[in-house]
Design a protein around this ligand. Structure first.
Ligand code: NAI
Length: 282
């Protein structure tokens, strides 16, 4: 199946990044969210990201305008989906909300369009069960920040035909990413390991084992991680991490119980970098 047009639904942290790399890689891209101010902010963020890329010598100066010329925005799901070959969903990590969206996409999208969810942890098969043809939905799990992170987890379940998986891998590669194919199990390969590390770091912080900075430095200098688990949680968003931890706690057990400090910070609106404060002040 050939993909030329991509629709990205949800223009937040992940959606704007996915749309940016898609348009830059040459796909006709439409980015959809629920309000004009949200898509306008995402577009400004994409322009700023590309301009920063130019400053750093990672993006050719002419690419800013050619990329933006391939990128449209929409607040209508029906219009955004109408001509897409591939639709990538990046709305909040909530099973009911995602299922509702895909139920609507099933009629809004062309019958041959491949559907993908960027869920970090939810069961792709359970999301897909809302569709008459569950095989047309698989996971394409990108990482934050999308333009810089090389990995895409292609999350597959039993109903996916081989052609759907091959198409998703091919698109990921055309986006300049390395794709790994992972079975649809809670947390896939990445979140299952990464979230556990983050939660344990929070428990260590609660127990006064070391400061947030020193816990992070332990992993950066001791294990060559590019960034510590608490700083990474700030980058991902504490609310996003809490939702994932709650789900994995239900599915996989006690090791994933969300620590008190995580709940408290989320209650206080300290969601990490996006709100100005999480485990660190930004
Ligand atoms: P976000 O909260 O930054 O963005 C979500 C966007 O979706 C918001 O702009 C919201 O207005 C929009 N939205 C909500 N309902 C919508 C609808 N019906 N139609 C169109 N837009 C709608 O969330 P974020 O962080 O981008 O996460 C999105 C998904 O990506 C989640 O499933 C998350 O688990 C996953 N993910 C997040 C990562 C991260 O580092 N933040 C990393 C990898 C995956």
């Amino acid at each position: 199946m050939s993909v030329e047009r991509i629709a990205v639904i949800g223009a937040g942290t992940m959606g704007h990044g996915i749309a940016q790399v898609a348009a830059r890689a040459g796909f006709q891209t439409v980015l959809c969210d629920v309000g004009d101010e949200l898509v306008a902010a995402a577009l400004a963020r994409i322009r700023a990201g590309l301009e920063k890329g130019v400053e750093r010598g990672k993006v050719e100066p002419g690419e800013v305008e050619t990329t933006l010329a391939r990128l449209a925005t929409s607040t209508s799901l029906t219009a955004a989906a109408a001509e897409a070959d591939l639709i990538i969903e990046a709305i909040p990590e909530d099973m009911a909300v995602k299922r509702d969206l895909f139920a609507r996409l099933e009629t809004a999208a062309p019958p041959a369009a491949l559907l993908a969810t960027n869920t970090s942890s939810l069961s792709v098969a359970t999301i897909a069960a809302v569709l008459a043809d569950p095989g047309r939905l698989l996971g394409m799990h990108f990482f934050n920040p999308v333009h810089a992170m090389k990995l895409v987890e292609i999350v597959t379940h039993e109903a996916n035909p081989a052609a759907a998986v091959e198409t998703a891998v091919a698109v990921a590669e055309r986006l300049g990413k390395t794709a790994i194919v992972v079975k649809d199990v809670p947390g896939f390969a990445t979140s299952r390991l990464g979230v556990l590390l983050g939660l344990e770091a929070m428990r260590m912080l609660e127990q006064g084992v070391a400061s947030a900075r020193d816990i992070d430095t332990a992993m950066v200098l001791g294990y060559r991680h590019p960034m510590g688990p608490l700083e990474l949680t700030d980058l991902v968003g504490l609310d996003v991490r809490l939702a994932i931890a709650e789900y994995l706690h239900e599915e996989l057990g006690e090791a994933f119980r969300p620590p008190e400090v995580l709940r408290r910070l989320v209650d206080e609106g300290k969601l990490g970098k996006k709100s100005g404060e999480g485990f660190y002040k930004w």
